[in-house]
Each structure stands twice: as C-alpha cells, then as structure tokens.
Design a protein around this ligand. Structure first.
Ligand SMILES: Nc1nc2c(ncn2[C@@H]2O[C@H](COP(=O)(O)OP(=O)(O)OP(=O)(O)O)[C@@H](O)[C@H]2O)c(=O)[nH]1
Ligand SMILES: [Mg+2]
Length: 317
C-alpha cells in the first residue's frame, strides 16, 4: 500500500533518530520499490557515502551467516556500528535461510549498535540488484559505519550484488573441487579476500593450493586476494579475516581507488535505473490501443516491426 509523502518524511525523521522500526520500514519500502522507495532514497541520499560495505558470498551452507555473526562481534569490539543485510536466496536449495540467519545472528539482536535485516527478491523489475544498494544507503544514512551484505554465490544477480561491495569476501570450504566451483560461479573474479571456512575439516591445504593456482592463472590485478582460514563456529581465524578486510580497505583508500570504484558503481547503477525506467515506459507503450493499431499494420505487411517500434516510441515521447 502506498505511504503518504508525510509518512515517508516521518519515517525518515524517525530512522535518523535510530528508531529501529522506522529503519526496518524504510528497508521494506525499498524492497518493494516504487515511488515511496524513491522518495525515501531522495530524502536520505545526501547523508550517504560514509559506510564501508563488505559483501560476503559463497556456496549455500558454506558458513556465511556464522562468519558474518563473528565479524559483527569483532567489529563491535572496536565500537563500530554495524548494519547487516542477509539477502534471502531465491534459489530452491537454501530454503529456511531466514530462520538460519536469525538464529545464527541472535546474539546481536539486542545490541543497539547492530541492525540485521533479511531481504527478499520479490521479482520486481531490477529486483535485488536495484533494491540492495538502496537498502545499504538507508543503513549508511542512519550512521552504520559498516554494512555487511550476505548473498548466496549462485545466480548472476546474487554474485553481482556481493561484487558491488567495497570489499568482497568469497567463502569456500575444504574439499575436492570447491575452489573450482567458486571459479565456475564467477566468484574468483569478484573476490578481494578468500576464506576457507570449516578449516576443522580435511582438505584445507588442497583447497588453498587450488585457489592459489587459479589466482596465478587469472589476469594480473593490483591486489592479490589473501586466503584466510577460519572455523567460524569456534571463532578461529576471525581476527585474520578482519585484518585481511582492513588491508584491502587500506589498499583501496590509498591513491583514490575507493572513490574510483564507488564512482564506477554509481555510474553503473544510474545506467541500470535508466534502463529500468525505460523498460517501465516500454511496458506501458506496449499495451495500449495505439500499439494494437500499429501491430495490425505490421500483420498486414504495411509496416515493418522496426518502423512500428520507432513510431510508437516517438508518440510516447
Ligand atoms: N564444522 C564446521 N561447521 C561450520 C563452520 N561454520 C559454519 N558451520 C556450520 O555450517 C552450517 C551452515 O552455516 P551457515 O552459517 O548457516 O552457512 P550459510 O553459508 O550462511 O548458509 P546459507 O545462508 O543457507 O547459504 C551450520 O550448521 C553451521 O553451524 C565451521 O567452521 N566448521
Ligand atoms: Mg546464511
């Protein structure tokens, strides 16, 4: 249901005063999309650009939520405020992730410095790819210093969303071929830090070796992703993960790379919004009477489809 302008303003106002309910409502708005979402983002955009974002991705069940939970704990030790978006996979093999995420991050549920939210795809135009950056903005605007984004590393959009963070952490597990699977899913290209989680299981050295080999074969980059070993369930290696993220951040912040990366991302987002808006307009154009009239002329071979499309677009302005 659309919210009144005054209500959106009121939500924004309350969210800025750290009202958790209001923050949650705003995230629901951007999840749904539409004019209310646009209004909320417009009201908050000027306050954004301060949060550091970390994408955490990997195969279903690799331990992303458990790691995220530990990372929240580590960041809180420094007194930093943390926002978390757990993107619920549309993928059928990970049903029940919402409950899992809630259970695994429960320790922080009563901590005012932490805000955790699951987000679903909903399948609207631009879906997750457009909604996630808006949700990140809300957390950024209300003062979260870190925003962690958990996505399952299957599916192009989920991988894209994780890859759009300032630092992207790719989680794999020990065992034959896990690194190779990550490579196939396109995760190797987006990784700034690798985590071999479940390092209490056999095959850690082989997996590390596989990753190293694949990195050597991939195109030269100005940053070589470190490989960190963790046992998330026991909290082992979390300091190493934190340090690896901090090192990548320092690398980006030197020489203006972070600003450059964010600038490129904003341009990509702008392009995606323009495309989504054009697609919306095209949708409107293609189900009115003028469309049908032109389509009949195409049926009758009086017009070719290209000429008909141009005519439609010209009349739509
Ligand atoms: N042995 C072992 N188990 C782990 C470790 N880390 C996580 N697990 C277990 O692995 C299972 C999946 O962990 P999650 O943190 O939910 O994994 P996830 O990647 O968030 O899962 P989805 O969001 O469903 O894709 C749980 O049963 C965890 O307790 C680890 O280091 N060692
Ligand atoms: Mg999870």
């Amino acid at each position: 249901m659309p919210v009144q302008q005054a209500d959106v303003d009121d939500l924004v106002e309350r969210a800025l005063q750290a009202d958790r309910g209001a923050i949650a409502r705003l995230i629901s708005l951007v999840e749904t999309g539409g004019p209310d979402a646009t209004r909320a983002v417009a009201a908050l955009y000027g306050r954004t650009g301060n949060a550091y974002t970390v994408g955490i991705t990997g195969a279903p069940g690799s331990g992303k939520s458990t790691l995220t939970d530990r990372l929240i704990g580590r960041l809180r030790r420094d007194g930093a405020s943390v926002g978390v978006l757990a993107i619920d996979p549309s993928s059928p093999f990970t049903g029940g992730a919402i409950l899992g995420d809630r259970v695994r991050m429960q320790d922080h549920a009563t901590d005012d410095g932490v805000f955790i939210r699951s987000m679903a795809t909903r399948g609207h135009l631009g879906g997750l790819a457009l909604a996630t950056p808006q949700a990140v903005r809300i957390l950024d605007a209300v003062g979260k210093e870190w925003v962690l984004i958990e996505t399952v590393g299957v599916g192009q959009v989920e991988v894209e969303v994780a890859g759009a963070a300032d630092t992207t952490v790719v989680v794999v597990n020990p065992g034959w071929g896990d690194g190779v699977q990550a490579n196939k899913a396109g995760l190797l290209e987006i990784a700034d830090v690798f985590v071999v989680n479940k390092a209490d299981r056999p095959g850690v050295d082989e997996t590390v070796r596989d990753l190293r080999q694949m990195l050597e074969l991939s195109p030269e980059r100005d940053w070589t992703p470190p490989i960190v070993q963790t046992i998330a369930t026991e909290g082992t290696g979390i300091d190493d993960l934190h340090d690896a993220i901090a090192a990548h951040r320092a690398h980006l912040e030197a020489d203006g790379r972070l600003a450059q990366r964010r600038g490129a991302r904003l341009r990509e987002e702008l392009r995606a919004i323009v495309l989504a808006r054009l697609a919306e307009r095209a949708g409107a154009v293609s189900d009115d009477d003028a469309f049908e009239a032109l389509a009949r002329r195409v049926d009758a071979r009086e017009l070719d489809p290209y000429a008909a499309a141009d005519e439609l677009l010209a009349s739509a302005g």
